[in-house]
Design a binder for this molecule. Structure first.
Ligand SMILES: Nc1ncnc2c1ncn2[C@@H]1O[C@H](COP(=O)(O)OP(=O)(O)OP(=O)(O)O)[C@@H](O)[C@H]1O
Length: 259
């Protein structure tokens, strides 16, 4: 095991349909850290995350959480430790919002029977946190894209994972909910690994960033060190001007096409 990191991805490669999409990627996160994964379209972010949340097995390397090889755990044990908010929202049946959120408690349930009173309380509290309490009785399939995203985030929260994997968690969300979901992910306390397209959100909400380009790590470090104009030009093909927020001093980037 590499050091005392909570999440430790060591030399992970992922292959699909005979093609290597992720090449010996290593990354780490300390307990409670929010770590961002950024990179252009098709750079392998979702593929790497799918390997971390066990939909894909690595062709090489290991993913360890608190020292345990995640791919060696039973599905149930893994589900008590890792929750994922993904881009794949397939629901074949029209469950209510309350039912969808309650599914997050399933890995913790012992024996038969429905959700306990405590489970129900946790679900209501999570829906309140994402400001979706009023949707509890609605059918999930009829929700708007942003409402679905918030409900699935609530489901991930009630799973009470050690590791929360988020693939573009701000997709479909208006600006207020974008800021809120990332703040909630941190407040909730688990270690967070999140893919983000919005580099300003990545700058403002992540302790550390990893840049993926063509399936390989191109840079890693604190946001202010990683989000430099030269790297952004090379990896994303854009001209970036770093500025400081006039009140908070936080790093913000202004973007333009490269001349
Ligand atoms: N099942 C598959 N078979 C073959 N290639 C795939 C498969 N799934 C994804 N890919 C390819 O792997 C590469 C990485 O895809 P991935 O979805 O991981 O990128 P990403 O960085 O998440 O992109 P985006 O920012 O567009 O969401 C892409 O070129 C994609 O076309």
């Amino acid at each position: 095991m590499a050091g005392a990191e909570e999440l430790s991805v060591d030399g992970v490669s992922v292959e699909l349909a005979g093609a290597r999409l992720v090449h010996e990627v290593s990354l780490a996160a300390a307990a409670g850290q929010v770590v961002g994964l950024i990179g252009p379209n098709g750079s392998g972010k979702s593929t790497l995350l799918r390997c971390v949340y066990r939909v894909l097995r690595p062709a090489g390397g290991t993913v360890r959480l608190a020292g345990d090889d995640l791919h060696a755990l039973t599905a149930r044990r893994a589900a008590t430790r890792v929750a994922a908010l993904t881009q794949e929202h397939t629901a074949e049946f029209d469950f209510t919002v309350a039912e969808v959120v309650a599914m997050g408690r399933l890995p913790h349930r012992r024996g038969p029977g429905g959700p306990s009173a405590e489970d129900r309380e946790r679900c209501t509290a999570a829906l309140r946190k994402v400001r979706a309490e009023h949707l509890a009785g609605r059918g999930f399939l009829n929700l708007s894209g942003g409402e679905k995203q918030r409900v699935l985030f609530a489901r991930a929260l009630v799973q009470e994972p050690r590791l929360l994997v988020l693939d573009e968690p701000t997709n479909h969300l208006d600006i207020a909910h974008q800021l809120e979901v990332l703040a909630l992910a941190r407040e909730a306390g688990p270690t967070v690994l999140t893919a983000l397209h919005d580099l300003n959100l990545a700058a403002g909400h992540c302790d550390r960033l990893y840049v993926l380009a063509a399936g390989r790590i191109a840079a890693a470090g604190p946001p202010a060190e990683v989000l430099r104009p030269a790297l952004l030009a090379e990896v994303f093909g854009v001209r970036a001007a770093p500025v400081r927020h006039p009140e908070t001093g936080a790093l913000q980037l202004l973007f333009d096409r490269l001349p």
